[in-house]
Design a protein around this ligand. Structure first.
Ligand SMILES: Cc1cc2nc3c(=O)[nH]c(=O)nc-3n(C[C@H](O)[C@H](O)[C@H](O)COP(=O)(O)OP(=O)(O)OC[C@H]3O[C@@H](n4cnc5c(N)ncnc54)[C@H](O)[C@@H]3O)c2cc1C
Length: 416
Protein backbone atom coordinates (compact mmCIF):
# COMPACT_ATOMS: atom_id res chain seq x y z
CA UNK A 1 0.00 0.00 0.00
CA UNK A 2 1.48 3.46 -0.88
CA UNK A 3 2.51 5.42 2.21
CA UNK A 4 -0.08 8.17 1.68
CA UNK A 5 -3.09 5.85 1.56
CA UNK A 6 -2.20 3.77 4.61
CA UNK A 7 -4.57 4.55 7.48
CA UNK A 8 -3.10 6.65 10.22
CA UNK A 9 -1.48 4.81 13.11
CA UNK A 10 -1.84 7.83 15.34
CA UNK A 11 -3.52 11.21 15.42
CA UNK A 12 -1.84 13.82 17.59
CA UNK A 13 -4.19 16.61 18.62
CA UNK A 14 -2.37 19.89 19.30
CA UNK A 15 0.79 21.13 17.61
CA UNK A 16 2.51 22.68 20.63
CA UNK A 17 5.74 21.59 22.31
CA UNK A 18 4.63 18.15 23.48
CA UNK A 19 2.43 17.40 20.44
CA UNK A 20 5.22 18.10 17.95
CA UNK A 21 7.63 15.97 19.96
CA UNK A 22 5.08 13.12 20.18
CA UNK A 23 4.22 13.26 16.48
CA UNK A 24 7.87 13.42 15.39
CA UNK A 25 8.86 10.55 17.67
CA UNK A 26 5.98 8.31 16.53
CA UNK A 27 6.98 8.95 12.91
CA UNK A 28 10.60 8.15 13.77
CA UNK A 29 9.49 4.72 14.96
CA UNK A 30 7.85 4.10 11.56
CA UNK A 31 4.28 5.12 12.35
CA UNK A 32 2.01 7.02 10.01
CA UNK A 33 1.09 10.19 11.86
CA UNK A 34 -1.50 12.95 11.47
CA UNK A 35 -0.97 16.12 13.52
CA UNK A 36 -4.00 18.40 13.92
CA UNK A 37 -3.50 21.99 15.06
CA UNK A 38 -6.22 24.62 15.25
CA UNK A 39 -3.89 27.60 14.75
CA UNK A 40 -2.52 28.54 11.35
CA UNK A 41 1.00 27.90 12.64
CA UNK A 42 2.53 25.23 14.87
CA UNK A 43 4.06 26.07 18.24
CA UNK A 44 2.59 29.53 18.89
CA UNK A 45 3.09 29.29 22.65
CA UNK A 46 6.52 27.74 22.28
CA UNK A 47 7.54 30.72 20.16
CA UNK A 48 6.92 33.16 23.04
CA UNK A 49 8.53 31.09 25.79
CA UNK A 50 11.32 32.53 27.90
CA UNK A 51 10.59 36.04 26.64
CA UNK A 52 11.18 34.80 23.09
CA UNK A 53 14.46 33.06 24.06
CA UNK A 54 12.90 29.74 25.18
CA UNK A 55 14.15 28.33 28.45
CA UNK A 56 14.19 24.90 26.86
CA UNK A 57 15.14 22.81 29.91
CA UNK A 58 17.02 22.99 33.16
CA UNK A 59 20.52 21.50 33.13
CA UNK A 60 20.24 19.95 36.59
CA UNK A 61 22.21 16.71 36.27
CA UNK A 62 21.08 15.23 39.55
CA UNK A 63 17.92 13.45 38.41
CA UNK A 64 16.57 13.09 41.92
CA UNK A 65 16.88 16.81 42.53
CA UNK A 66 15.42 17.52 39.11
CA UNK A 67 12.36 15.35 39.69
CA UNK A 68 11.84 16.78 43.19
CA UNK A 69 10.87 20.06 41.48
CA UNK A 70 7.64 18.35 40.36
CA UNK A 71 6.50 17.96 43.97
CA UNK A 72 4.17 15.03 44.62
CA UNK A 73 4.26 14.04 40.94
CA UNK A 74 7.91 12.97 41.12
CA UNK A 75 7.09 9.42 42.17
CA UNK A 76 5.11 8.92 38.96
CA UNK A 77 7.77 10.34 36.70
CA UNK A 78 10.85 8.13 37.26
CA UNK A 79 9.89 5.66 34.56
CA UNK A 80 8.97 8.47 32.18
CA UNK A 81 12.26 10.32 32.65
CA UNK A 82 14.24 7.07 32.42
CA UNK A 83 13.22 7.10 28.73
CA UNK A 84 13.94 10.75 27.92
CA UNK A 85 15.71 13.03 30.37
CA UNK A 86 17.50 16.37 30.38
CA UNK A 87 20.61 15.05 28.64
CA UNK A 88 18.38 13.59 25.90
CA UNK A 89 16.91 17.05 25.39
CA UNK A 90 20.43 18.41 24.92
CA UNK A 91 21.34 15.71 22.41
CA UNK A 92 17.97 15.93 20.63
CA UNK A 93 18.37 19.62 19.82
CA UNK A 94 22.16 19.69 19.47
CA UNK A 95 22.18 16.77 17.02
CA UNK A 96 19.67 18.71 14.93
CA UNK A 97 21.88 21.78 14.68
CA UNK A 98 20.57 23.75 17.66
CA UNK A 99 23.25 23.93 20.38
CA UNK A 100 22.12 24.88 23.87
CA UNK A 101 23.72 27.21 26.41
CA UNK A 102 23.32 27.13 30.18
CA UNK A 103 22.79 30.30 32.18
CA UNK A 104 22.24 31.19 35.86
CA UNK A 105 20.20 28.66 37.88
CA UNK A 106 21.03 26.05 35.22
CA UNK A 107 18.44 27.45 32.83
CA UNK A 108 19.20 26.18 29.32
CA UNK A 109 18.43 28.15 26.16
CA UNK A 110 19.13 27.65 22.47
CA UNK A 111 22.48 29.32 21.72
CA UNK A 112 20.74 31.44 19.09
CA UNK A 113 18.45 32.73 21.88
CA UNK A 114 15.45 32.42 19.58
CA UNK A 115 12.42 30.36 20.59
CA UNK A 116 11.40 30.33 16.95
CA UNK A 117 14.51 28.22 16.22
CA UNK A 118 13.17 25.61 18.64
CA UNK A 119 9.87 25.60 16.76
CA UNK A 120 11.74 25.33 13.44
CA UNK A 121 13.78 22.36 14.71
CA UNK A 122 10.61 20.52 15.65
CA UNK A 123 8.90 21.39 12.37
CA UNK A 124 11.90 19.87 10.58
CA UNK A 125 11.63 16.77 12.79
CA UNK A 126 8.01 16.40 11.64
CA UNK A 127 8.98 16.84 7.99
CA UNK A 128 11.77 14.25 8.27
CA UNK A 129 9.24 11.74 9.58
CA UNK A 130 6.71 12.72 6.89
CA UNK A 131 4.11 13.61 9.49
CA UNK A 132 0.91 14.77 7.85
CA UNK A 133 0.49 18.21 9.44
CA UNK A 134 -2.92 19.86 9.16
CA UNK A 135 -3.06 23.36 10.62
CA UNK A 136 -6.18 25.53 10.86
CA UNK A 137 -8.13 22.40 11.84
CA UNK A 138 -9.96 22.56 15.13
CA UNK A 139 -10.84 19.28 16.84
CA UNK A 140 -14.36 19.50 18.26
CA UNK A 141 -15.12 16.11 19.71
CA UNK A 142 -13.64 12.69 20.46
CA UNK A 143 -16.03 9.87 19.56
CA UNK A 144 -15.90 6.78 21.80
CA UNK A 145 -17.08 3.30 20.84
CA UNK A 146 -16.58 0.33 23.18
CA UNK A 147 -14.17 2.12 25.52
CA UNK A 148 -11.91 3.14 22.63
CA UNK A 149 -11.54 6.43 20.81
CA UNK A 150 -13.06 5.72 17.42
CA UNK A 151 -12.52 9.03 15.62
CA UNK A 152 -12.18 12.77 16.03
CA UNK A 153 -14.67 15.25 14.62
CA UNK A 154 -13.03 18.43 13.40
CA UNK A 155 -13.74 21.63 11.52
CA UNK A 156 -12.39 19.79 8.44
CA UNK A 157 -14.34 16.55 8.82
CA UNK A 158 -13.73 13.30 10.70
CA UNK A 159 -10.37 11.56 11.08
CA UNK A 160 -9.55 8.19 12.58
CA UNK A 161 -6.49 6.21 13.63
CA UNK A 162 -5.56 3.30 15.89
CA UNK A 163 -4.22 5.60 18.59
CA UNK A 164 -4.72 9.21 19.70
CA UNK A 165 -2.37 11.50 21.56
CA UNK A 166 -3.98 14.45 23.28
CA UNK A 167 -1.60 17.43 23.48
CA UNK A 168 -3.89 20.45 23.53
CA UNK A 169 -2.13 22.19 26.43
CA UNK A 170 -3.57 23.91 29.50
CA UNK A 171 -5.30 27.23 29.92
CA UNK A 172 -2.51 29.80 30.30
CA UNK A 173 -2.20 32.46 27.58
CA UNK A 174 -5.32 31.23 25.73
CA UNK A 175 -4.59 33.53 22.79
CA UNK A 176 -1.87 31.02 21.79
CA UNK A 177 -4.52 28.33 21.30
CA UNK A 178 -4.43 26.68 24.74
CA UNK A 179 -8.09 27.12 25.58
CA UNK A 180 -8.55 24.08 27.78
CA UNK A 181 -10.38 21.94 25.18
CA UNK A 182 -8.49 18.82 26.30
CA UNK A 183 -9.65 19.28 29.90
CA UNK A 184 -13.31 19.29 28.79
CA UNK A 185 -12.90 16.20 26.60
CA UNK A 186 -11.07 14.27 29.33
CA UNK A 187 -13.79 15.18 31.81
CA UNK A 188 -16.48 13.98 29.38
CA UNK A 189 -14.52 10.74 29.02
CA UNK A 190 -14.83 10.21 32.78
CA UNK A 191 -11.31 11.25 33.77
CA UNK A 192 -10.58 13.25 36.92
CA UNK A 193 -9.48 16.77 36.13
CA UNK A 194 -7.96 18.85 38.93
CA UNK A 195 -9.19 22.43 38.67
CA UNK A 196 -6.53 24.59 37.03
CA UNK A 197 -5.19 27.61 38.90
CA UNK A 198 -2.49 29.95 37.63
CA UNK A 199 0.71 29.04 39.51
CA UNK A 200 3.64 30.68 37.81
CA UNK A 201 2.12 34.08 37.41
CA UNK A 202 2.93 37.76 38.04
CA UNK A 203 1.48 39.58 41.07
CA UNK A 204 -0.96 42.49 40.99
CA UNK A 205 -0.16 45.37 43.32
CA UNK A 206 -2.29 48.23 44.58
CA UNK A 207 0.27 51.06 44.32
CA UNK A 208 -0.08 52.90 41.02
CA UNK A 209 3.52 54.19 40.96
CA UNK A 210 4.68 50.75 39.77
CA UNK A 211 3.05 51.39 36.39
CA UNK A 212 5.51 54.24 35.85
CA UNK A 213 8.35 51.74 36.30
CA UNK A 214 6.87 49.22 33.84
CA UNK A 215 9.69 47.47 31.99
CA UNK A 216 12.33 48.43 34.56
CA UNK A 217 14.17 45.72 36.53
CA UNK A 218 15.87 45.57 39.89
CA UNK A 219 18.66 43.11 39.13
CA UNK A 220 19.29 41.82 42.66
CA UNK A 221 16.64 42.69 45.24
CA UNK A 222 15.12 40.87 48.18
CA UNK A 223 11.36 40.83 48.65
CA UNK A 224 9.73 39.91 51.96
CA UNK A 225 6.04 39.02 52.15
CA UNK A 226 3.76 39.67 55.16
CA UNK A 227 0.19 38.70 56.06
CA UNK A 228 -1.56 41.16 58.36
CA UNK A 229 1.92 42.65 59.01
CA UNK A 230 3.35 39.31 60.13
CA UNK A 231 6.49 38.24 58.23
CA UNK A 232 5.99 35.05 56.18
CA UNK A 233 8.72 34.48 53.65
CA UNK A 234 11.39 36.21 51.59
CA UNK A 235 12.98 35.63 48.17
CA UNK A 236 16.01 37.15 46.51
CA UNK A 237 16.74 37.70 42.83
CA UNK A 238 15.70 39.99 40.00
CA UNK A 239 12.34 41.78 39.89
CA UNK A 240 10.57 43.28 36.90
CA UNK A 241 8.00 46.06 37.26
CA UNK A 242 5.03 45.75 34.91
CA UNK A 243 1.91 47.76 34.04
CA UNK A 244 -0.08 45.87 36.63
CA UNK A 245 2.45 44.92 39.28
CA UNK A 246 5.60 42.86 39.60
CA UNK A 247 7.04 39.92 37.71
CA UNK A 248 10.34 38.18 36.87
CA UNK A 249 11.44 34.65 37.83
CA UNK A 250 11.69 35.36 41.58
CA UNK A 251 8.16 36.71 41.69
CA UNK A 252 6.70 34.07 39.35
CA UNK A 253 8.09 31.34 41.58
CA UNK A 254 6.68 33.02 44.71
CA UNK A 255 3.17 33.23 43.29
CA UNK A 256 1.99 29.82 44.52
CA UNK A 257 2.86 30.72 48.13
CA UNK A 258 1.45 34.22 47.78
CA UNK A 259 -1.83 32.70 46.53
CA UNK A 260 -2.10 30.84 49.86
CA UNK A 261 -1.28 33.99 51.85
CA UNK A 262 -4.03 35.91 50.05
CA UNK A 263 -6.56 33.53 51.61
CA UNK A 264 -5.28 34.43 55.09
CA UNK A 265 -5.49 38.22 55.09
CA UNK A 266 -3.95 41.43 53.82
CA UNK A 267 -0.72 40.65 51.98
CA UNK A 268 1.98 43.28 51.87
CA UNK A 269 5.59 43.15 50.78
CA UNK A 270 8.73 45.20 51.10
CA UNK A 271 11.50 45.34 48.52
CA UNK A 272 15.06 45.69 49.68
CA UNK A 273 16.87 47.39 46.80
CA UNK A 274 20.30 46.81 48.42
CA UNK A 275 20.00 43.43 50.15
CA UNK A 276 23.76 43.07 50.66
CA UNK A 277 24.05 46.27 52.73
CA UNK A 278 22.72 46.97 56.24
CA UNK A 279 20.60 50.12 56.60
CA UNK A 280 23.29 51.86 58.74
CA UNK A 281 25.97 51.08 56.17
CA UNK A 282 23.71 52.32 53.37
CA UNK A 283 23.15 55.58 55.26
CA UNK A 284 26.93 55.98 55.67
CA UNK A 285 27.43 55.27 51.94
CA UNK A 286 24.80 57.90 51.06
CA UNK A 287 26.59 60.38 53.37
CA UNK A 288 29.89 59.76 51.54
CA UNK A 289 28.29 60.17 48.11
CA UNK A 290 26.37 63.28 49.20
CA UNK A 291 29.57 64.84 50.63
CA UNK A 292 31.34 64.29 47.32
CA UNK A 293 28.45 65.84 45.32
CA UNK A 294 27.30 68.68 47.59
CA UNK A 295 26.27 71.10 44.85
CA UNK A 296 24.41 68.66 42.63
CA UNK A 297 20.65 68.14 42.64
CA UNK A 298 19.47 65.26 44.80
CA UNK A 299 17.54 63.67 41.91
CA UNK A 300 20.69 63.56 39.76
CA UNK A 301 22.91 62.14 42.49
CA UNK A 302 20.38 59.44 43.34
CA UNK A 303 20.34 58.33 39.69
CA UNK A 304 23.94 57.11 40.12
CA UNK A 305 23.03 55.14 43.25
CA UNK A 306 19.80 53.27 42.47
CA UNK A 307 19.00 50.97 39.50
CA UNK A 308 18.50 52.92 36.23
CA UNK A 309 15.09 54.51 35.80
CA UNK A 310 13.98 54.23 39.43
CA UNK A 311 15.37 57.40 41.10
CA UNK A 312 12.46 59.77 40.33
CA UNK A 313 9.83 57.26 41.44
CA UNK A 314 11.60 56.36 44.67
CA UNK A 315 11.92 60.08 45.49
CA UNK A 316 8.22 60.57 44.76
CA UNK A 317 7.50 58.09 47.56
CA UNK A 318 9.04 60.54 50.03
CA UNK A 319 6.78 63.60 49.64
CA UNK A 320 8.63 65.65 52.26
CA UNK A 321 11.87 65.51 50.24
CA UNK A 322 12.19 67.85 47.26
CA UNK A 323 14.04 66.08 44.43
CA UNK A 324 15.23 69.47 43.14
CA UNK A 325 17.05 70.18 46.42
CA UNK A 326 20.81 70.53 46.26
CA UNK A 327 22.42 67.67 48.10
CA UNK A 328 24.02 69.97 50.70
CA UNK A 329 20.53 70.95 51.91
CA UNK A 330 19.32 67.36 52.42
CA UNK A 331 18.87 66.97 56.17
CA UNK A 332 20.24 64.06 58.14
CA UNK A 333 16.65 62.96 58.81
CA UNK A 334 15.79 63.07 55.08
CA UNK A 335 18.89 61.02 54.26
CA UNK A 336 17.94 58.46 56.90
CA UNK A 337 14.39 58.26 55.43
CA UNK A 338 15.87 57.68 51.98
CA UNK A 339 18.08 54.84 53.25
CA UNK A 340 15.07 53.33 55.02
CA UNK A 341 12.95 53.51 51.87
CA UNK A 342 15.61 51.81 49.76
CA UNK A 343 15.70 48.98 52.30
CA UNK A 344 11.89 48.75 52.55
CA UNK A 345 9.96 49.87 49.46
CA UNK A 346 6.36 49.06 50.46
CA UNK A 347 3.83 47.25 48.26
CA UNK A 348 0.34 45.87 48.77
CA UNK A 349 -0.31 42.61 46.91
CA UNK A 350 -3.92 42.51 45.76
CA UNK A 351 -3.92 39.32 43.76
CA UNK A 352 -2.41 37.11 41.11
CA UNK A 353 -2.73 37.88 37.43
CA UNK A 354 -5.06 35.49 35.63
CA UNK A 355 -4.56 32.70 33.12
CA UNK A 356 -3.94 35.27 30.38
CA UNK A 357 -0.63 36.22 32.04
CA UNK A 358 0.24 32.90 33.65
CA UNK A 359 3.29 31.03 32.41
CA UNK A 360 1.93 27.83 33.82
CA UNK A 361 -1.30 26.80 35.45
CA UNK A 362 -1.46 23.62 37.45
CA UNK A 363 -4.51 21.39 37.35
CA UNK A 364 -5.36 18.85 34.70
CA UNK A 365 -5.45 15.10 34.39
CA UNK A 366 -4.61 13.33 37.62
CA UNK A 367 -1.46 11.22 37.20
CA UNK A 368 -3.14 8.33 38.99
CA UNK A 369 -5.18 7.89 35.81
CA UNK A 370 -2.17 7.73 33.48
CA UNK A 371 0.32 4.92 32.95
CA UNK A 372 3.43 7.09 33.10
CA UNK A 373 5.57 4.36 31.45
CA UNK A 374 3.67 5.00 28.21
CA UNK A 375 1.58 8.15 28.92
CA UNK A 376 -1.53 6.12 28.08
CA UNK A 377 -4.81 6.77 29.83
CA UNK A 378 -5.70 4.01 32.28
CA UNK A 379 -9.31 4.28 31.09
CA UNK A 380 -8.85 4.31 27.28
CA UNK A 381 -6.00 2.17 26.04
CA UNK A 382 -5.72 3.97 22.68
CA UNK A 383 -5.48 7.46 24.21
CA UNK A 384 -2.31 9.11 25.52
CA UNK A 385 -1.97 12.50 27.18
CA UNK A 386 1.04 14.86 27.28
CA UNK A 387 2.37 18.23 28.42
CA UNK A 388 0.33 20.87 30.21
CA UNK A 389 -2.77 18.65 30.21
CA UNK A 390 -1.21 16.73 33.10
CA UNK A 391 -1.68 17.84 36.70
CA UNK A 392 1.95 18.54 37.67
CA UNK A 393 2.96 21.59 39.68
CA UNK A 394 6.44 22.89 38.86
CA UNK A 395 8.56 26.02 39.13
CA UNK A 396 9.74 28.15 36.23
CA UNK A 397 13.24 27.47 34.94
CA UNK A 398 12.75 25.07 32.02
CA UNK A 399 10.84 22.41 33.97
CA UNK A 400 7.61 22.80 31.99
CA UNK A 401 9.16 22.34 28.59
CA UNK A 402 11.26 19.40 29.80
CA UNK A 403 7.98 17.77 30.82
CA UNK A 404 6.69 18.35 27.30
CA UNK A 405 9.78 16.83 25.66
CA UNK A 406 9.70 13.82 27.99
CA UNK A 407 5.96 13.09 27.93
CA UNK A 408 5.78 13.78 24.18
CA UNK A 409 8.70 11.47 23.43
CA UNK A 410 7.32 8.70 25.65
CA UNK A 411 3.79 8.95 24.21
CA UNK A 412 5.20 8.90 20.68
CA UNK A 413 7.42 5.91 21.47
CA UNK A 414 4.53 3.75 22.66
CA UNK A 415 2.06 4.01 19.80
CA UNK A 416 0.90 0.49 19.29
C1 LIG B 1 4.49 33.39 28.25
C2 LIG B 1 4.97 32.00 28.53
C3 LIG B 1 6.32 31.76 28.65
C4 LIG B 1 6.77 30.46 28.95
N1 LIG B 1 8.11 30.24 29.04
C5 LIG B 1 8.56 29.00 29.34
C6 LIG B 1 9.95 28.72 29.39
O1 LIG B 1 10.80 29.58 29.05
N2 LIG B 1 10.34 27.47 29.76
C7 LIG B 1 9.44 26.49 30.08
O2 LIG B 1 9.86 25.38 30.45
N3 LIG B 1 8.11 26.70 29.97
C8 LIG B 1 7.66 27.92 29.60
N4 LIG B 1 6.31 28.13 29.49
C9 LIG B 1 5.39 26.98 29.64
C10 LIG B 1 5.36 26.18 28.31
O3 LIG B 1 5.18 27.05 27.23
C11 LIG B 1 4.24 25.14 28.33
O4 LIG B 1 4.46 24.27 29.42
C12 LIG B 1 4.19 24.34 27.02
O5 LIG B 1 4.06 25.17 25.89
C13 LIG B 1 3.05 23.34 27.05
O6 LIG B 1 3.10 22.60 25.86
P1 LIG B 1 1.88 21.67 25.44
O7 LIG B 1 2.36 20.87 24.29
O8 LIG B 1 1.34 20.96 26.60
O9 LIG B 1 0.75 22.68 24.99
P2 LIG B 1 0.75 24.03 24.15
O10 LIG B 1 2.11 24.49 23.86
O11 LIG B 1 -0.17 24.92 24.88
O12 LIG B 1 0.12 23.57 22.77
C14 LIG B 1 -1.19 23.12 22.66
C15 LIG B 1 -1.59 23.24 21.21
O13 LIG B 1 -2.86 22.60 21.02
C16 LIG B 1 -3.62 23.37 20.15
N5 LIG B 1 -5.04 23.10 20.39
C17 LIG B 1 -5.77 23.40 21.50
N6 LIG B 1 -7.04 22.99 21.34
C18 LIG B 1 -7.12 22.44 20.10
C19 LIG B 1 -8.18 21.87 19.34
N7 LIG B 1 -9.44 21.83 19.83
N8 LIG B 1 -7.92 21.41 18.09
C20 LIG B 1 -6.67 21.48 17.57
N9 LIG B 1 -5.64 22.02 18.24
C21 LIG B 1 -5.85 22.50 19.50
C22 LIG B 1 -3.26 24.79 20.51
O14 LIG B 1 -3.58 25.71 19.49
C23 LIG B 1 -1.77 24.70 20.80
O15 LIG B 1 -0.99 24.96 19.66
C24 LIG B 1 5.85 29.40 29.15
C25 LIG B 1 4.48 29.66 29.01
C26 LIG B 1 4.05 30.94 28.70
C27 LIG B 1 2.59 31.18 28.56
Amino acid sequence: MPHSTRPYDVIVIGGGASGMMAAGRAAETGKRVLLLEKNKKLGEKLAITGGGRCNITNAEEDERLFLSKYGDADKFLHTTFSQFCVKDTFSFFESRGLPLIVEAHKRAFPATERATDVVATLVKYLATGKVDVRTDVSVRHLVVVNKRIEKVQTSAGDFSAHTYILATGGVSHPETGSTGDGFSWLKELGHTIEKPTPTIVPLKVKERWVTQLAGISLPAMKITFFVNKERRFARSGPLLFTHFGISGPTILNSAGKVADLLHEGVVTAVIDVFPGVEQGALDRKLTEIFDANKNKLLKNVLKDIVPPGTADIFLSLLPNINPETKVHSVTKENRRQLAELLKRVPLTIIGLMGFDRAVVADGGLSLTEVDTRTMRSRKYENLSVTGDLLHITRPSGGYSLQLCWTTGFVAGSHVS
